[in-house]
Design a protein around this ligand. Structure first.
Ligand code: ASP
Length: 601
């Protein structure tokens, strides 16, 4: 090795030792006869002093260095004088007094500062990703990613799980997205599909008798990208035989608690500093989550729950509400504590927000802080139209107290849910209720098995078509498909879906029945899914599993606002790799070999 020690490891206890270090020049201060260098390697920084009197040759070399040069330093670990110690630096009690400085390589001036976390345009960061990755935050995030993966592997291996690889060149494995396809050279006109997940493969591993499988698996989905999606991503993919929902959920819950308790951030002795809000994780059914929070991934760090007022206003003299209820709309409210003082402008902003989600408007009611509210002494857009009974009912249901602001949306149920769930999050942000040091996990269960796609004019699987219905719901699969609940579960963390899974179908007749209900005819079933359907006839055990999105999980641990901040080489929102310049055209000869011709449209 060109080094005997790591820069960031040196401590007062190493004083007197002769060490050889190698790394990058992070910062340089030149005081003439005395040059200070901060040398950086993966472990951190250490200060090196080069004295012209003590080491004239080293001093001459050091005076030619610039940031990001690659240096080798030989020297002695020396305690710093008390008043020059730097408590904000892990190595701040010592410095290395250099005897020799070797330039291992020079560096051009980088396109942005490596030694400070100044804002840099993301296009530039992605083009020079290898430099961006040198900066402190990304170093920390990538190291954290590794620690989380390592902890997961250990946790699962200790519980008899086996890590088994599955192919990348395979056939369509539907998870509701478009496939990436790869043309075959040896089979003209034929294509592989990249797996949207190893779903069918892990199920086949259960048929094969492995009982407990996991993989840190690559998945590929050609979707219209949203801010927090990547066309290829990694998930912790897991499958177990002879289990029920509680077994899978219990295992994952224990693993997540273990991660929070044992994964340390680099430079920190113990834990991530996160506190889990509630153990065991609260469980909500899909219907309950929708009713109380307006969505199926509630951020449980705070309350501000939705409150249904539809029946209260069904016969109201206030036509807007009564008519809404009559045509099947839902009237729901959120009570924002201590917000009665919101200005007209603030309320208008919130109104604009709910309109973006399709609501016509936002009815509001501000309760004065100091007097017992009565209908005639509140500021409100609608209170004067309410009967005393309706007004009192509204206060009782929402639990509104003096000083609170009640916000009401009346719209089609889906619109009300979307508008108010987003309003709730906005209020949570404004009121400072989203504490990043708190981890509020929960499970959402009993999702619908199917949803009707207006676009395709057929029923589609909400999770994926291998998910089993609740035992008692199978009988309604054909007669009332929308009411059938799935043996599916999602794990949510602070409003993010970090994973989802289900108990699977393991009988051919049931799988055929579900495919048929999804409008897949028998011939197509055989063509696309014979591998799984056939396997189910050879003693498939009951089984189920889950997958957790690694990047999102790590981002939440890292406190990163975006999954690109924890992925070494991410793609842009338009699925481009700016470092390699992918995708890109390929040579004519390569196209010919693949039996492909491109067309200009
Ligand atoms: N294959 C599913 C997914 O990728 C997860 C699972 O059901 O295990 O979302």
């Amino acid at each position: 090795m060109l080094k005997s020690h790591r820069c960031g490891d040196l401590r007062l206890t190493d004083a007197g030792q002769t060490v050889t270090l190698a790394g990058w020049l992070h910062r340089r201060r030149d005081h003439g006869g005395l040059i200070f260098l901060d040398l950086r390697d993966r472990s951190g920084l250490v200060q090196v002093t080069i004295n012209a009197d003590r080491a004239p040759a080293a001093h001459a070399v050091a005076s030619q260095t610039r940031v990001e040069f690659v240096l080798q330093i030989k020297g002695v670990v020396t305690p710093r004088p008390q008043d020059l110690r730097n408590p904000s630096m892990a190595t701040g009690d010592i410095e290395v007094t250099a005897d020799e400085v070797v330039i291992l390589n020079t560096a051009k001036t980088p396109p942005f500062y490596i030694n400070e976390e100044s804002a840099v345009d993301e296009v530039v960061r992605l083009k020079y990703r290898y430099l961006d990755l040198r900066r402190a935050t990304l170093q920390r995030n990538i190291i954290l990613y590794d620690r989380i993966v390592r902890t997961i592997r250990n946790f699962l291996h200790e519980r008899q799980f086996m890590e088994i690889e599955t192919p990348i060149l395979i056939k369509s494995t539907p998870e509701g997205a478009r496939d990436y396809v790869v043309p075959s050279r040896v089979h003209p006109g034929e294509f592989y599909a990249l797996p949207q997940s190893p779903q069918q493969l892990k199920q086949l591993l259960m048929v094969a008798g492995f009982e407990r499988y996991f993989q840190i698996a690559r998945c590929f989905r050609d979707e219209d990208l949203r801010a927090d999606r990547q066309p290829e991503f990694t998930q912790l993919d897991l499958e177990m035989s002879f289990v029920d929902r509680d077994d899978v959920m219990g295992l994952i819950e224990a693993m997540l608690i273990h991660l929070v308790e044992s994964v340390a951030l680099p430079g920190e002795a113990s834990v991530t500093g996160k506190r889990i809000q509630q153990v065991p994780f609260p469980r909500l059914t899909y219907a309950e989550a929708l009713a109380r929070f307006g969505n199926d991934r509630p951020d449980l760090r705070f309350g501000l729950e939705l409150c249904d007022l539809s029946d209260l206003f069904a016969d109201s003299a206030f036509g807007v509400f009564a008519n809404a209820v009559a045509k099947g709309d839902q009237i729901k409210a959120i009570c924002a504590p201590h917000c009665a003082g919101y200005s007209r402008k603030q309320v208008d902003e919130l109104t604009e927000m709910v309109k973006r989600y399709g609501a016509q408007g936002l009815a509001w009611l501000a309760l004065p802080a100091d007097v017992t509210p009565d209908r005639d002494h509140v500021r409100s857009s609608f209170a004067k139209f309410l009967s005393p009974h309706e007004f009192q009912g509204l206060l009782a249901r929402t639990g509104a107290q003096p000083g609170d602001l009640v916000l009401v949306v009346a719209a089609a149920p889906a619109v009300t849910a979307q508008a108010l769930s987003n309003l709730r999050l906005e209020l949570g942000r404004r009121l400072g209720l989203m504490d990043d040091s708190v981890f509020a996990f929960c499970w959402v269960t009993d999702f619908p098995l199917l949803e009707f796609s207006a676009e395709e004019q057929r029923w589609t699987a909400v999770h994926h078509p291998f998910t089993s219905a609740l035992d008692e719901d199978w009988e309604r699969l054909e007669s009332d498909p929308g009411s059938v609940r799935a043996k599916a579960y999602d794990v949510i963390l602070n409003g993010w879906e970090v994973g989802g899974g289900s108990i699977r179908i393991h009988r051919r007749d049931l799988q055929n029945r579900l495919f048929t209900q999804l409008g897949i005819d028998e011939e197509t079933q055989q063509l696309q899914f014979s591998q799984l359907l056939d396997a189910f006839e050879f003693g498939a055990p009951p089984h189920g599993g889950i997958a957790l999105g690694m990047a999102r999980l790590v981002a939440l641990f890292a406190g990163a606002g975006n999954i690109r901040e924890v992925i070494a080489f991410p793609k842009t929102a338009t699925a481009s790799d700016l470092l390699f310049g992918a995708p890109s055209p390929i040579a004519a000869g390569q196209l010919r070999e693949l039996h492909l011709r491109t067309v200009d449209e």
